[in-house]
Design a protein around this ligand. Structure first.
Ligand code: NAP
Length: 314
């Protein structure tokens, strides 16, 4: 295999990367997918998914990923559970490094996603999917008539809080300052919603409950006073960190570290395409990431076809 140049390397194995792999097989690009040692992305931490088309009954997040994985494998994708540790997009063919060695590629799709920021409380991780969530659109439905809390003061927190009022009986927004960072429109919508109240200058110090969330402990950062909020759900909406460290200096990133798009799904480097939450901080849904994977593949297919026509004239 030494010296072989791949037509397409896909980095990432959430819905974006795996959809690109499925389409890549159909386009005869024989995709090689570096899935990462912790494959699957955010869906691996989600419980029931009820909004992915094609599943009339709820499907568990990890099951959905495993179905996509099986579909890609059945079509011929090579899925490798390795982390990409370095890339060199200044060379062509591109070079992609893993602990096992270097792979040369005519095109690359970056689909490494973004990681929701955590409060870093042990109880938060223990109750993740059991009342603690990072996605109101995914999980809000399960809190019909219940009390929930949202942590954060940015656009995501306001959007999540407002969305949750469709289901929850009350939404308490816990913010570490007394001023919201969110844009004027989202702030107005949230502050004028009668179901939403604010717990200012406060931090969550513990999530209470054994098998499911029963409340949160909150400390007022100005007075030090501690209190308990009786809630059934906690939505942590304190931002995301795009998984782009390995691409720094190789493709253009925006101010927040997301990969900047230049031409359709193409990055600043022709031949390096982008799909899913690694560039999209706005929609962040499994279905939009999957659609992005498809678009990136169609762009990569055109790019590779041109390259092959130039290098191997028929
Ligand atoms: P963000 O703007 O970075 O806001 C994060 C919020 O969480 C801030 O209020 C921050 O507090 C708080 N926070 C951060 N770390 C915390 C911690 N450890 N403990 C407690 N609170 C913490 O993130 P975002 O709201 O996800 O938005 C990210 C980007 O996406 C923004 O550019 C936003 O405009 C965009 N976005 C746009 C839309 C839309 O246009 N519809 C929707 C969602 C997001 P401080 O304020 O004190 O820093």
């Amino acid at each position: 295999m030494e010296g072989k140049t791949e037509k397409l390397v896909i980095i990432g194995s959430g819905p974006a990367g795996l959809t690109a792999a499925i389409y890549g097989c159909r386009a005869d690009l024989e995709p090689l997918v570096y899935m990462g040692t912790k494959y699957g992305g955010q869906l691996m931490l989600t419980s029931e998914v009820e909004n992915f088309p094609g599943f009339p009954d709820p499907v568990l997040g990890p099951d959905l990923i495993n179905k996509m994985k099986s579909q890609a494998e059945r079509l011929g994708a090579r899925l490798v559970q390795d982390d990409v540790v370095r890339v060199d997009f200044k060379k062509y063919p591109f070079e992609v490094y893993t602990p096992s060695g270097v792979t040369k590629a005519l095109s690359v799709i970056i689909a490494t996603g973004a990681n929701p920021r955590r409060l870093n409380l042990p109880s938060e991780m223990r109750l993740m999917g059991k009342g603690v969530s990072n996605c109101a659109v995914c999980d809000g439905f399960f809190f019909r008539g219940k009390k929930v809390a949202v942590v954060g003061g940015g656009d995501t927190a306001m959007e999540e809080a407002t969305f949750l009022t469709k289901f929850a009986s009350s939404v308490q927004v816990i913010h570490r300052r007394d001023e919201l960072r969110a844009s004027a429109a989202l702030k107005k919508e949230a502050t004028e919603n009668p179901k939403i109240s604010f717990v200012w200058d406060s931090a969550v110090t513990d999530v209470l409950g054994e098998g499911k969330v029963q409340g949160v402990k909150v400390r007022n950062l100005k007075t030090g006073a501690e209190s308990t909020l009786q809630v059934d759900g906690l939505f942590v909406a304190i931002g995301y960190d795009p998984a782009t460290e390995v691409f720094r200096g190789q493709v253009e990133l925006d101010q927040k570290g997301y990969v900047a798009l230049k031409n359709g799904t193409e990055s600043s480097v022709p031949g390096v395409f982008v799909a899913g939450d690694v560039h999209d901080f706005r929609y962040r849904q499994a279905i939009t990431a999957a659609a992005d994977g498809c678009k990136a593949l169609l762009d990569a297919e055109k790019f590779v076809k041109q390259k092959l026509e130039v290098t191997v004239p028929s």
